[in-house]
Design a protein around this ligand. Structure first.
Ligand code: PRP
Length: 283
């Protein structure tokens, strides 16, 4: 039985559950449950507090986990990262009040910095040769400068709206983070097959996130030119249309190249372009 830990509540929860479902796991979860069985895979899902997951994983309470890199780094645990998952992207940053006369990190030498990430912050300051007084706060860190508790804060920033609302300005990014799939090395040996299966399925979903499926009609005379700009996974599929001299081409395109490619295809004579999302890709 594979034990997979995910966040009980918070920013990672929804997408973690969604990801488990999209890799075909039928998780029997309901609200406030701490553990759920999986109907069609030898696994159970543990719903844990975010900050506890790294230790539980290291100690073998869980075999795998979906967790933010930021928490893993902060907890300084010995676990293995298997796959970045591309959601819950954020950064751990140092911020000060708007009116703090900040030019460089040197300005924080001898100052007080409030944070829930003391280890990561300490490492960063050490590298920069800065001695600061770290105040450990477990939540609502952004309030600290406004109530005179600290000169700066070090906390997670996603949209930046919490900083903005508290009149703070981001000064230094000390870590970039996203949700990732982790496991512990003992489980990786003892439950290799199950862990690899989960990783393989998640890679399929991750690959699909990068691509769209595209099909369009094109004059036969343009097929070879179009193929050059549209490599697909191997090469495009071509099917003849009933109308003579025309074909339908099918392929996948990288989402980040979408608009450039569409204009190229149009200028080569492509018509009736249809684009749809891909749910899984196995390369
Ligand atoms: C995090 C973080 C910030 C906020 C930043 O808190 O601690 O307060 O998000 O996000 P923003 O840049 O989009 O405003 P979260 O709401 O995840 O809860 P937490 O306080 O439990 O960490």
């Amino acid at each position: 039985m594979l034990k997979i830990a995910i966040q009980k509540s918070g920013r990672l929860y929804e997408e973690s559950i969604q990801l488990l479902k999209s890799i075909g796991l039928r998780v029997d979860n309901s609200k406030d449950q701490l553990k759920a069985s999986v109907k069609n895979f030898p696994a159970e899902v543990l719903f844990l507090r975010n900050s506890d997951i790294p230790q539980y994983l290291e100690q073998g309470v869980a075999d795998m986990a979906i967790i933010g890199d930021n928490v893993v780094i902060e907890k300084e645990v010995d676990i293995q990262k298997l796959l970045p998952l591309g959601f819950s992207t954020c950064r751990l940053s140092i911020a000060t009040a708007k009116d703090f006369n900040y030019e460089s990190i040197q300005d924080l030498d001898g100052r007080r910095i409030a944070s829930s990430y003391p280890n990561t912050l300490r490492q960063y300051l050490k590298k920069q040769g800065i001695k600061a007084d770290i105040h450990l706060i477990s939540g609502s860190v952004e309030i600290a400068p406004n109530i005179g508790l600290a000169d700066a804060i070090c906390d997670l920033v996603s949209s930046g709206s919490t900083l903005f609302k508290n009149n703070l300005i981001e000064r230094e990014i000390i870590l970039k983070s996203e949700a990732s799939l982790y496991c512990n090395s003992t489980s990786l040996l003892e439950k290799a097959e199950l862990i690899q299966e989960i990783q393989f399925r998640m890679e399929g979903v991750r690959q699909a996130d990068k691509y769209d499926y595209i099909l369009f009609n094109v004059p036969n005379s343009k097929i070879s030119e179009v193929s050059k700009v549209l490599p697909g996974l191997k090469s495009p599929t071509i099917l003849p249309l009933v109308e003579e001299g025309w074909s339908s081409m099918h392929s996948v395109i990288q989402k980040d190249k979408f608009w450039t490619l569409i204009s190229q295809l149009k200028s080569l004579g492509a018509e009736g372009i249809l684009v749809s999302p891909v749910s899984k890709i196995v390369l």
